[in-house]
Design a binder for this molecule. Structure first.
Ligand code: ADP
Length: 486
């Protein structure tokens, strides 16, 4: 491709030069010819308008003896040789018989003894001066009738120029132009190569990068060397490649997540399903099963189906966030009141486990705008986790305050804690540090994922700190941007 572009460039340059030079050549040659013929005509008119010159010629023509007359006229013409520009090679003069047009004398009788009868000679034979120079003809001439004063003797002084000088000059111009054309061609090739290098190299780079992209390799970048259109194109191409690369990576990431998610969901649902089926089968296959055992089995079946319902509900909620179907309906509410309500709702549960549940709120917490039910759900989930993952008789403290334009709620426990390597993943869907413990306490591994979704939709964030064996602290921060002081 690049080669054909290079060839095209060279051809275009050569054509432009050839065209330009032809135009210059035509104008020069015509100009030189025009100048030369004008020059000739003016020179002739000047000389033949000199009264002493024409007067003397007429006097000479009046000589009785024609040969003497011709000889005297010749003498006069020789005296004006310089002014007439006669050099006897390219330009000659002749004395013709004024009636027959016969050549009586030639300035160069050996080389040019004769003349052809031209339009100017014919006009002069009719007794009129003829200075008309025809530029198209390959000669220039003037024919001036010279009659004696008594009108008896008639001659014609005829001057002809064979245009050799102008032709030589034109040949010279042609050679110069030809040389210029050849040099021009060489320059054209060099310029084309330079242009093609700056123009074509990035295009070649782009082609290579595009080919690599087609093969799935986005690492090739085109060097951006100029700020012109080609440079902009190269930069745009690089940006586009980078964007596609990011999009593909994102797609791959999403696809991996999706696969993991489907695998997790199937796994999570299969366990309760298997349990339900096996207990139901046991009851159905054994008619003589003791009533207490049957009741126990039925309770397990109900528990397991409750668990499945919880998983499906949580999944539905997450998928509503993913699809954007779940919109936060902001209402103004007291965060103070919300925290107190959650505390009251969960206090019994904490007490059952022998935990001490502390509540420490900053004086006059602001009202905030948000979905109160959802924020309460988040807090409930975090406090439930604290209760679940703290051995009986622990301490759980709830603090709340304001800082940096945010309202924060912090839940601290003295529980089992989370190892640092797991801490990064606790917000991932279905991630559980201790699967058995989570399942045992009715966890789905989706609680913190849902909490994170809700908080981030309120423009806030949720962070977790933990020390295994010591305890965990989860902080929810919500911006007061939308908040109104109470
Ligand atoms: P789950 O339904 O299992 O509680 P979550 O998403 O709420 O799921 O929590 C994810 C995991 O993070 C839990 O399984 C648990 O291992 C860990 N975790 C959450 N909160 C605490 C906490 N206060 N103390 C120790 N581990 C916690």
């Amino acid at each position: 491709m690049s080669n054909s572009l290079r060839v095209k460039l060279v051809i275009i340059m050569i054509l432009i030069i050839a065209l330009l030079m032809t135009v210059v050549l035509v104008f020069l040659i015509r100009g030189v010819q025009g100048f030369y013929t004008d020059q000739f005509e003016t020179q002739m008119r000047t000389v033949f308008s000199k009264p002493e010159f024409v007067g003397d010629l007429r006097l000479a023509a009046g000589e009785e003896d024609r040969a003497v007359a011709v000889e005297r006229m010749n003498g006069l013409l020789l005296a004006f040789l310089g002014e007439l520009g006669v050099d006897r090679t390219t330009r000659n003069f002749y004395i013709l018989d004024g009636v027959t047009g016969e050549v009586l004398l030639s300035s160069n009788p050996i080389v040019s003894p004769r003349v052809e009868v031209t339009a100017n000679i014919l006009t002069a034979l009719l007794g009129e001066d003829s200075f008309r120079v025809r530029t198209q003809a390959d000669y220039m001439d003037v024919a001036v009738p010279i009659a004696s004063h008594d009108g008896q003797a008639n001659f014609i002084v005829y001057i002809i120029d064979n245009k050799q000088t102008v032709q030589n000059l034109n040949a010279e111009i042609f050679t110069i132009i030809l040389r210029a054309v050849l040099i021009g061609f060489a320059i054209a090739v060099i310029i084309s190569l330079i242009i093609s290098k700056t123009l074509i190299s990035p295009i070649q780079g782009m082609t290579k990068a595009a080919e690599a992209m087609a093969d799935g390799d986005f690492s090739k970048k085109i060097p951006v060397e100029t700020a012109d259109e080609v440079g902009i194109l190269a930069k745009t191409f690089n940006d586009m490649a980078a964007q596609i690369e990011t999009m593909l990576e994102e797609l791959q990431r999403v696809e991996t997540l999706r696969r993991e998610f489907v695998a997790n969901v199937s796994h999570e649902l299969r366990t309760p399903l298997t349990n339900i089926r096996s207990y139901a089968e046991t009851i159905s296959d054994n008619q003589d099963i003791p009533p207490e055992t049957e009741e126990e089995f039925l309770r397990i079946i109900i528990n397991q189906s409750d668990r499945m319902t919880k998983i499906v509900q949580d999944l539905l909620e997450l998928s509503r966030y993913d699809s954007g179907a779940s919109v936060i309906a902001p209402e103004e509410f007291s965060i103070d009141q919300a925290v107190r309500d959650v505390y009251a709702a969960i206090a019994l549960e904490a007490r059952k486990r022998g935990h001490v549940l502390n509540l420490e709120l900053e004086w006059k917490l602001p009202h905030i705008k948000g979905d109160r039910a959802k924020i309460e759900q988040v807090l409930m989930n975090i406090i439930s986790n604290a209760i679940k993952y703290t051995p009986d008789g622990g301490t759980i403290a709830i603090y709340s305050g304001t800082s940096d334009g945010c309202v924060w709620v912090k839940i601290e426990d003295t529980g089992v804690g989370i190892p640092p390597e797991d801490l990064l993943h606790v917000f991932d869907r279905f991630y559980r540090v201790d699967k058995a413990r989570s399942r045992e306490s009715g966890g789905t591994g989706l609680g913190l994922s849902i909490a994170k979704e809700i908080v981030s939709r309120h423009g806030g964030d949720i962070t977790i700190e933990s020390k295994p064996g010591t305890g965990t602290s989860v902080t929810v921060k919500l911006p007061i941007e939308w908040s109104v002081e109470s």
